[in-house]
Design a protein around this ligand. Sequence first.
Ligand code: SME
Length: 170
Amino acid sequence: METFLRPTGSKEEIYKETLKQLHSLLAEESDVVANMANTTSLLKLNFGSYSWVGFYLMKNGRLVLGPFQGKPACVSIEVGKGVCGTAVSLKKTLIVEDVTRFPGHIVCDPSSRSEIVVPIFVQGEVVGVLDVDSEERANFDEIDEHYLGQVAGMIADMFDSASGSRKEPE
Ligand code: SME
């Protein structure tokens, strides 16, 4: 397996290199859980300001914790609740500069200060979210939205588009 160096440079440069690394890392495997796990690891390693990186997946109408890196987190989130559940109900990426000011924010780690939640779409339906937290206030902007949206798209491509469920490994 390839060894990846931690990229340096501007946030945009780090994202561009991280996406190249991800393409190469994810090409080795078709199992979506394995690929989500490595995705969270790579993002957390490459971005020192990320305190938590993880996926929540839609199961029986609620979000259930998937592969992640960081402190243990709440395992189940209702649609419409918290930043994650609100991103699902609005079907859009949410950037929260200060989580203490987001009504209904679900506290998993009290030191988390800002957050971005990117929905994963398959055939127009949200199958899960990519959630990233930071201990720094206002750590996320439209650059993160753009590149993390591409990461979410790479994961979405691993779902079976006909059924909306995970593709079985070959
Ligand atoms: N803060 C999230 C909950 C998940 S954790 O941040 C890992 C929310 O309000 O939905």
